[in-house]
Design a protein around this ligand. Structure first.
Ligand code: AMP
Length: 281
């Protein structure tokens, strides 16, 4: 496994493989790796000739400076794990490497995908995601790029970006990996206190209850039920719960078997913001 810190060296390495016709797989991450990330890397290793994992805590996608400051960083452990997973290349750039001074910000029309849910709660978040992901796509020119369904809205936005840029790459969506108690794995879970960690599986429990109730309640009533469930628990603050169509992310008002519907949720637990989602089919 080779670790690169600058773009030029990474570029030379990948160019050689491209010339040989190798399929390059990209797995972008912000580090603090857990089995959710590992599932993406494993799939990439299975399907590609050369796997590049990037570790970069992208400052432009954080709208909350305290969230950026407290984002967990565990590089040595991450490299250890990636090596065990047979990763070929890890790219760990410094902020200046990805955002050279004086560089112009890129602009993409992601509307309305970027204005709902995470986009509404975290202004500028997807603008930042679009900046970094398009840079990584250009730099590595992958044939396949792996993303988790955990960040469901991000996945829709990345699909839109590849269409806008007409990139010849396949976006591969990987299922959410959960803890035994149902909590979706996340680097942010490390920031939960012992007490909060015990409470956190409630998010998935409520999502499951909501899905079970879809035969008895209409989408508006499901939204009310979820709100009520979080009103009942003081430790949580519900940021949003939305039932949306899987591609356009528009709110679903009536059940329609032909529309794939996903329940997306964001909550604050203590000082930690957690997101999750579940397919309501
Ligand atoms: P992050 O490091 O949080 O930016 O995540 C990097 C990638 O891993 C993103 O595509 C995430 O959607 C994905 N990911 C994070 N957590 C999980 C999980 N629990 N299951 C599956 N994929 C995940």
């Amino acid at each position: 496994m080779i670790v690169y810190r600058n773009k030029a060296d990474l570029g030379i390495h990948l160019e050689k493989h491209r010339e040989q016709g190798n399929c390059i797989g990209l797995v972008p991450t912000m580090g603090a790796l857990h089995p959710g990330h590992a599932s993406l890397v494993e799939k990439a290793v299975e399907e590609c000739d050369l796997v590049v994992v990037t570790i970069f805590v992208n400052p432009t996608q954080f709208n909350d400076p305290s969230d950026l400051e407290h984002y967990p960083r565990t590089l040595d452990q991450d490299l250890d794990l990636l090596s065990k997973l047979n990763t070929d290349v890890v790219f760990v750039p410094a902020v200046e490497e990805m955002y050279p001074q004086g560089e112009k910000e890129r602009s993409f029309d992601l509307s309305p995908l970027d204005s709902v849910m995470e986009g509404a709660s975290r202004p500028g978040h997807f603008k930042g995601v679009a900046q970094i992901v398009t840079k990584l796509f250009e730099l590595t020119a992958p044939r396949r790029a792996y993303f988790g369904q955990k960040d469901f809205q991000q996945l829709a936005i990345i699909r839109r970006l590849t269409e806008l840029m007409q990139l010849p790459l396949q976006v591969i969506a990987c299922p959410i990996v959960r803890e035994k108690d149902g909590l979706a794995m996340s680097s942010r879970n490390k920031r939960l206190s012992k007490e909060e960690r015990k409470l956190a599986p409630y998010i998935y429990e409520v999502l499951q209850e909501a899905r079970e109730m879809r035969h008895a309640l209409d989408p508006g009533e499901i939204r009310d039920l979820v709100e009520q469930r979080f009103d009942e628990k003081e430790a949580f603050e519900l940021d949003y719960f939305e039932l949306v169509d899987a591609r356009g992310l528009m709110p679903v008002e009536q059940w329609d078997a032909s529309v794939e519907t996903v329940g997306c949720i964001a909550v604050q637990l203590g000082g930690v913001r957690l997101i999750d989602n579940l397919n309501f089919a």
